[in-house]
Write a protein that binds this ligand. Structure first.
Ligand code: SF4
Ligand code: SF4
Length: 436
């Protein structure tokens, strides 16, 4: 146990700004923008019209196939439009625009119900109907992960609380403030999968959380793995290896080695789904960065515009860069009108002086990118092939195995944007395969 993983980096954590501040509820904005596409798989199909009134938790988009989930109204109010709006992916995508009416009451169907009497199928159905997806950023539908194919039994469940991205503390606050909900969620997962080994994995930079968890976990038969803080400790493969010693094949999935990993927020959300029939309409979001006056964690309704979060926390200056997610794997935003999605763990706003300046230089062959790569790749070669569009060579050097953690770019003294080039190569290789 706690065997670490190859490579990795130690970026400044910047977590002290928000780690010990209790979360707050973000006030409702004047307008919520709820995209139909906020998960891996087919976008939901809209099932409301402009001019229609909806209750909190009402389905406004139906799931579109097995790898899809429904979308719900985050509060009660009036649907003012169903139209394309700016999406964090950079495109304009179809969204339901909702004007809150201030009532905010749950619809009648969302009353508390016990779960111990439910069948596995009924629990999976509730998780699907609640729109639960991976809240660590991947946004993969949870009911699909919990229903592995024949011949892929899962004996180990790991709750991923190894929040290794700098600045982000949303998972920490969720774990501390919603501990009982998380522990019940582990029980639900155990019941669904009949798993024998239950783990919560977190980094050793939060000893207070580990101490608080220790006895509660023991009582529930859950083991606690306190791992050395190192990025990307929270990446699925690295976490699985550190805790179980099992290696997920390069192009394989955790279920190939009998493991399921779920983010802390997801586990809390599936408890709400199974025990109360409540859909995923709110999540913890870290709002931080050098530009933010009062950094904190906000319990935020899905669809809240980033501009509203930043205005609530206050800005020191006009931000030079806004990132959704963490600084290592998050995505820079082109507009503050983009909404918080189910997979949005953080909104970070930076001033110009917070950003790394300077043009990339030539490779000095120092090998640091190779030393830090947790996937044993040769980032400098792959990035070079990508820049020259030599995709066959990039593929031969296993570009597709890259988990896009950004450790290589971070470590490079020449500031070569390695991960951006490798990401391009991965996309181009996949596009070429689809065409052929
Ligand atoms: S090549 Fe990919 S996996 Fe390796 S360090 Fe760079 S971004 Fe991470
Ligand atoms: S870290 Fe940068 S400079 Fe060093 S070998 Fe890799 S690409 Fe070249």
């Amino acid at each position: 146990m706690a065997r670490g993983f190859p490579g990795g980096i130690h970026p400044l954590s910047h977590k002290s700004a928000t780690a010990d501040i209790p979360s707050e509820t973000c006030p409702l904005p004047d307008e919520l923008v709820i995209p139909l596409a906020q998960h891996v798989g087919s976008p939901a199909s809209v099932c409301v019209l402009a001019g229609q009134r909806v209750t909190r938790g009402q389905t406004i988009g139906r799931a579109n196939g097995f790898v899809s989930v429904p979308v719900h109204a985050p509060t009660s109010g009036l649907v003012t439009a169903v139209e394309p709006r700016p999406h964090p992916c950079g495109a304009q995508l179809l969204a339901v625009v909702l004007q809150p009416d201030g009532d905010d009451a749950w619809g009648e169907e969302y009353l508390g119900q016990g779960f111990h009497v439910l069948t596995v199928e009924a629990m999976l159905e509730r998780i699907r109907e609640a729109g639960v997806v991976g809240m660590g950023g991947a946004a993969f539908p949870t009911h699909v992960k919990l229903d592995p194919p024949e011949g892929k039994p899962i004996d180990t469940v790991i709750v991923n609380a190894a929040e290794c991205e700098p600045w982000l503390t949303a998972d920490r606050r969720t774990l501390l403030e919603q501990l009982e909900k998380v522990l019940t969620g582990v029980e639900v997962l155990q019941k669904i999968l009949n798993a024998r080994h239950l783990w919560i994995g977190l980094e050793d930079n939060q000893p207070d959380t580990a101490q608080r968890l220790a006895s509660r976990c023991r009582q529930r038969g859950i083991k606690l793995a306190v791992l050395p803080a190192r990025y990307p400790q929270g990446a699925e493969r690295q976490l699985i290896y550190a805790i179980t010693g099992r290696r997920v094949p390069a192009r394989g999935l955790p279920m190939d080695v009998g493991v399921l990993v779920q983010n802390v927020g997801t586990v809390a959300a599936l408890t709400d789904a199974v025990t109360r029939g409540r859909p995923l309409i709110e999540r913890m979001v870290t709002v931080a960065g050098g530009c933010v006056e009062k950094p904190r964690n906000l319990r935020t309704r899905i669809g809240t515009p980033v501009a509203h979060l930043l205005a609530y926390c206050g800005l020191r200056d006009a931000p030079a860069k806004v990132i959704m997610g963490g600084p290592m794997m998050g995505a820079a935003q082109h507009s503050l009108a983009v909404p918080v999605l189910r997979g949005t763990s953080g909104v970070l706003a930076f001033r110009r002086e917070d950003l790394v300046d300077g043009q990339p230089g030539p490779c000095v062959r120092c090998g640091r990118c190779v030393a830090v790569c947790p996937m044993h790749l040769l980032p400098t070669y792959i990035a070079d092939y990508a820049r020259r569009d030599e995709l066959a060579l990039a593929e031969r050097f296993a570009a597709r195995n890259c988990i896009e953690c950004g450790s290589c770019s971070y470590a490079c003294p020449a500031r070569i944007p390695l991960v951006q080039s490798i990401r391009y190569a991965k996309g181009a290789i996949l596009a070429r395969r689809r065409r052929s």
